[in-house]
Design a protein. Structure first.
Length: 332
């Protein structure tokens, strides 16, 4: 199949286009569209073309001459028969690698990629099937894939398929596993999740009284009382499915409805790469009142911010008689 490189430029990632644009006078701060425009403009400038050709390696100039001799169009089979030319991946191959692998090294004519679980998930989510992935990898490597790689890719794919994302799902939470079983025995239908939850069918609305309804697509209620000493109290009857986990990540649980922020608990999360701004945003969004100023300063201090406080001696003049005081302050 003929390969028109100019039409493939939009499919190449910005990180790969920036080094190409430098050849034509561009810089690393350019956006993707600016890189493409710079490359196309350079190709139309005879002086820039001559300068670019002069900077090529001998085998690169030979490859360019071959492409020119074939009318500017080169067959894939021609590229695959010459190892020096094939070391520079085609734009479509680069686009495929950018979607399905993590780039670990990048040089002028070569790039090194690593397949990871996250990169494979990203590629499969973009619409690639596992069979297509195997075909592209085998075609690009021109050899059979190692068996351990095939096994690992199949395992990653199966793990991905076990995760089901539901939109607009309705979930009932019961106070105990027994309460859930009693509801099912009374005719309530759905899929049991763990011991206390029931996933309802989207087209069925249960006729139950006294339910607390929470829409997770909207902002959750202000149900936390946050105190100056770092203690957090969750208002009774306002529990949801995520607040407990969020609080327990940053604070030490004291009781069913109370948590305590400490230097150790907050520092542990910060050392894992989280930001103190995340905790402050969470508390401000869920607190029933404005956060105590002293607590905010303490949290930022635990995150490494420094504050300066000074203690100085002060001299006070005491006047037991009022007329003496008035005389002093009115004196010129």
């Amino acid at each position: 199949m003929p390969r028109q490189f100019d039409s493939d430029l939009p499919r190449v990632g910005a990180d790969m286009l920036k080094p190409m644009a430098k050849t034509w006078g561009g810089d690393s701060k350019m956006r993707k569209d600016e890189c493409i425009a710079c490359i196309r403009a350079g190709l139309k400038d005879p002086q820039k073309v001559q300068a670019a050709i002069a900077s090529l390696q001998p085998w690169e100039r030979n490859a360019l001459a071959l492409i020119k001799r074939m009318g500017g169009i080169i067959q894939h089979s021609t590229l695959s028969t010459s190892s020096p030319i094939s070391t520079a991946p085609a734009p479509r191959s680069l686009a495929f690698l950018e979607r399905h692998a993590e780039r670990t090294q990048s040089h002028r004519h070569t790039a090194q990629y690593r397949l990871t679980r996250e990169s494979i998930y990203r590629g499969l989510e973009s619409g690639t099937t596992l069979d297509e992935l195997f075909v592209r990898l085998k075609t690009g490597s021109q050899t059979e894939l190692p068996q351990n790689v095939v096994v690992e890719l199949r395992e990653w794919n199966s793990l991905r398929e076990r995760v089901v994302l539901r939109r607009r799902a309705r979930l009932l939470e019961f106070p105990s596993a027994r309460a859930l079983q009693d509801a099912l025995a009374q005719g309530l239908t759905g899929n049991s999740i763990a011991e206390r939850f029931l996933l309802l069918a989207h087209d069925k609305q249960p006729e139950l009284q006294g339910l607390t309804r929470i829409n997770y697509a909207q902002a959750l209620p202000h149900n936390l009382n946050v105190f100056e000493d770092g203690k957090i109290h969750l208002n009774r009857g306002t529990r949801d499915l995520i607040t407990d986990a969020q609080l327990s990540q940053w604070a030490i649980r004291l009781s069913d409805l109370e948590w305590q922020l400490t230097v150790e608990s907050v520092s542990k999360v910060l050392n894992e790469g989280r930001k103190i701004a995340e905790l402050l945003s969470f508390l401000e969004a869920r607190s029933t009142h404005s956060l105590p100023s002293l607590l905010k300063i303490a949290l930022r201090s635990w995150a490494g911010e420094t504050y300066q406080v000074e203690l100085e001696a002060t001299i006070i003049l005491r006047c037991p008689q009022e007329q003496v005081f008035e005389a002093i302050i009115s004196s010129q």
